[in-house]
Design a protein around this ligand. Structure first.
Ligand code: 48H
Length: 258
């Protein structure tokens, strides 16, 4: 066999093995942002089968660009502790805050989630959800370039015991549940309240409080959780995102272990 055939064959077999092994998972996480990646690592370390679906080529979500493309972000002490578990370096600013190189942070979070055993499918867009008898139980996925180009190509489906909306500001998955499936979620109105403007301190606190189970099988983390419950935004400080990922992982682990 020539080298060309061997290399192509290795990729095809390896990819389809990975895909087939993940047609049914314990936890599907939509969005490889900071909250989704922390949740993915925590759940994978607990032994759950976790697949992360990220529409962009590079996972990492909003972590790469720092503040206004100055590639540094800020974390609080408890956020720094979570980063240290990933082996990511933080530099103290004072007794409360640290700066972090955003490229080290993004790449470290991705590597940490993957090394813990979570499988990341990049360039894959979740375009819909599956609901059976009042329980969210799957994601409908397509190649993001296909979606982007508006090609009429049908998707495939991944079944899951728990689904996390980690899509950030737009909370795309909860949007599908509320606006397409018409379900009432656990929020003050039963629907999506929408993100409020900037208030760093409040936004950081409520991101964690707003991280919850919204409907059987459906959870939200990070900015998606804040958008759903009407929380404030907080700019380039990330402790709340990590703690939200950790909280959603704990809630799911408890629910799936019942
Ligand atoms: C597959 C999708 C889909 C889809 C979107 O925005 P993120 O970084 O997510 P969080 O919530 O973990 O972190 C938020 C943080 O980065 C942030 O934006 C902050 C702190 N903002 C504060 C402020 O004031 O603005 O990542 C979400 C990811 C992205 O990579 C998307 O590409 C991806 O989800 N995604 N992936 N299928 N339908 N929709």
């Amino acid at each position: 066999m020539n080298m060309e055939e061997k290399i192509s064959g290795a990729i095809v077999r390896s990819y389809f093995k990975k895909l087939e092994e993940n047609l049914a998972v314990d936890v599907a996480i939509v969005g490889a942002g900071p909250s989704g990646l922390v949740a993915a690592r925590d759940l994978a370390l607990k032994g759950f089968k976790v697949a992360v679906f990220e529409s962009k080529l590079a996972p990492g979500g909003g972590t790469w660009g720092g503040g206004m493309l100055m590639n540094e972000v800020v974390v609080q002490n408890d956020g720094a502790e979570i980063l240290h578990e990933f082996g990511i370096t933080t530099v103290p600013v004072d007794d409360m805050y640290h700066t972090v190189d955003s490229v080290e942070m993004a790449s470290g979070l991705i590597f940490g989630a993957r090394k813990a055993g979570a499988v990341i499918f990049n360039a894959v867009k979740v375009e819909d959800i599956v609901i059976h008898n009042g329980v969210v139980c799957g994601v409908v996925i397509n190649s993001n370039p296909v979606v982007h180009m508006g090609m009429h190509v049908d998707p495939i489906v991944i079944m899951t015991r728990a689904l996390v909306d980690g899509t950030g500001h737009p909370s795309e998955i909860v949007n599908k549940a509320v606006n397409k499936a018409g379900v009432k979620i656990d929020s003050p109105t039963g629907g999506i309240l929408g993100e409020k403007p900037m208030w760093m301190e409040d936004g950081e606190r409520t991101t964690v409080e707003n991280t919850k189970k919204l409907y059987p099988g459906l959870y939200a983390s990070g900015m998606a959780a804040n958008n759903v419950q009407g929380g404030f935004r907080m700019g380039p400080i990330f402790g709340g995102m990590f703690k939200s990922g950790r909280k959603v992982a704990k809630l799911i682990a408890e629910d799936l272990s019942r």
